[in-house]
Design a protein around this ligand. Structure first.
Ligand code: DGL
Length: 259
C-alpha cells in the first residue's frame, strides 16, 4: 500500500468524540487529523434518525472538502443511526463507533451488564440487532438524559452531574452488573466521577481503543498511512471554542467555523 498524506476526518455531535480522537492520535501520531465538533447541534441523542443522517452528511461534506481520506464517526448515536446511509452515499471509507457490548457480555461472570448511552443509540435498529444476539445475558439499558448537555457546558464536576450519575448507576449496582459499557463518546470524560459511585469490582469499558485499532487496520489494508512525522491535529467547532479547548487541556488551538 502506498503512503497517503491526506488527513483523517473525525466528527462528533460535540466535544465528546475527542476521547476517540485521542486514542487515534496516540496510536497513529503521524496521521494528520481534522476534528469537527458539531456542538451547535448537540445533543444528537434526542433527534430523529432523519435529522441525525442529515447532520452526519453535513459533517462528512465538510470533511471531504478538506480532502479527508477516511472518516471516523466518533459518535455512537450517529453511527447507529446513519452509518449505513453514509456508506451508501459516499465513496470514502467510514469507521463507526458502537457500544462495546460483545466484550462486556463475553467477560461478564454475573451475566448482567449495564449500558449507558443516548436515547438515539438505544432505540436504533443497529443497537437492537446487536443486543438480540446476547439473550443469555441481562442487559440493563439506561439513557444518560442530561449528561451530554452538562459535558458540553463544561459542568463535568457539578453536583447535578453526580446526582444524575448516581440515579442512573444505582439500579445497575443493585442488579449486580459486573461490566458497565459507556455507549456514548462523551462519557469517558465521566470515568473519574463514575468510579466514585461504582464498587471497585465493576469494570468500565468504552470503545476508543477498538476504534483506533480499526482505523489502523483500514489504513494498512485500504487507504495508506501518512509518511509525515508527528502531524499537528486541527480542531473546528461551530460554537464557542472554550470548552473544547479545555477538554484538550489547552494543548491545541481550536478554530471556530460555520459548518
Ligand atoms: N457523543 C455522542 C455519542 O457517542 C452523541 C451524544 C449526543 O449528541 O447526544 O452518542
Amino acid at each position: 500500500m502506498n503512503s497517503n498524506n491526506q488527513p483523517i476526518g473525525i466528527f462528533d455531535s460535540g466535544i465528546g468524540g475527542t476521547s476517540i480522537w485521542s486514542a487515534i492520535h496516540q496510536l497513529l501520531p503521524n496521521e494528520k487529523t481534522i476534528y469537527l465538533a458539531d456542538s451547535k447541534n448537540a445533543p444528537y441523542g434526542q433527534k430523529s434518525k432523519e435529522e441525525i443522517v442529515a447532520l452526519s452528511m453535513k459533517n462528512t461534506d465538510f470533511l471531504l472538502e478538506m480532502n479527508c481520506k477516511l472518516i471516523v464517526v466518533a459518535c455512537n448515536t450517529a453511527t447507529t443511526n446513519a452509518i449505513q446511509e453514509l456508506r451508501a452515499k459516499y465513496n470514502v471509507p467510514f469507521i463507526g463507533i458502537e457500544p462495546a457490548i460483545k466484550p462486556a457480555v463475553t467477560h461478564s461472570k454475573t451475566q448482567t451488564i449495564g449500558i449507558l448511552a443516548t436515547q438515539g443509540t438505544l432505540n436504533s435498529e443497529l443497537f437492537n440487532k446487536t443486543t438480540e444476539k446476547y439473550q443469555d445475558t441481562k442487559i440493563i439499558e439506561q439513557v444518560g438524559h442530561g449528561l451530554v448537555q452538562l459535558i458540553e457546558n463544561g459542568d463535568i464536576n457539578s453536583p447535578e452531574m453526580i446526582k444524575l450519575l448516581r440515579s442512573y448507576l444505582t439500579p445497575m449496582i443493585e442488579a449486580n452488573i459486573d461490566y458497565l459499557v459507556l455507549g456514548c463518546s462523551h462519557y469517558p470524560y465521566l470515568i473519574p466521577q463514575i468510579k466514585k459511585i461504582l464498587p471497585e469490582h465493576i469494570h468500565i469499558i468504552d470503545s476508543g481503543e477498538a476504534v483506533a485499532k480499526q482505523t489502523q487496520k483500514i489504513l494498512r489494508e485500504k487507504v495508506g498511512f501518512s509518511s509525515a512525522e508527528n502531524s499537528q491535529p486541527i480542531f473546528y467547532t461551530n460554537t464557542n471554542a472554550k470548552v473544547l479547548t479545555e477538554i484538550l487541556e489547552n494543548k491545541f488551538t481550536v478554530e471556530k467555523k460555520e459548518f
